[in-house]
Design a protein around this ligand. Structure first.
Ligand SMILES: [Zn+2]
Length: 132
């Protein structure tokens, strides 16, 4: 991973994450598809050849989402529970799909955030790359 780009020309982190930009050449091809619900990374960048398979975000995106989405859902469920008394099954019928939808919408951004952060910080597996 070369850090050859000029940091001034580098797009803002949030923009790179939301658009799925290659962390090296900033081409919009980090994912296989532009579809919002397709979170799979492409094999490599068509613009600069950066190998996306060399990055390992692992379970990081899920861990990154659990706390904020869980906090939002719990807060909304508690608010609804105190505003209107509803049976538990109605809460389940509301919050399970909402949680699933929020996760599906945000998993792509979480994956992009971690891959871009890994690239920008030149992070890798402990022990170096000569162990492969
Ligand atoms: Zn690229």
């Amino acid at each position: 991973m070369d850090e050859q780009q000029n940091p001034i020309e580098r797009p803002a982190y949030w923009k790179a994450v939301l658009l799925g930009l290659c962390p090296q050449c900033h081409t919009r091809n980090l994912f296989i598809s532009h579809h919002m619900l397709q979170p799979s990374f492409a094999q490599r960048c068509d613009g600069c050849g950066l190998d996306y398979t060399s990055f390992n975000v692992g379970d990081g995106p899920a861990a990154l989402l659990i706390i904020p989405i869980g906090a939002v859902i719990i807060a909304m469920a508690l608010w609804l529970h105190h505003a209107v008394i509803l049976p538990v099954w109605i809460h389940a019928a509301i919050w399970v799909p909402v949680t699933t939808l929020l996760t599906l919408i945000s998993i792509r951004a979480a994956k992009a955030a971690l891959l871009i952060a890994e690239y920008r910080r030149n992070a890798g597996e402990a022990g170096g790359s000569d162990l492969q």
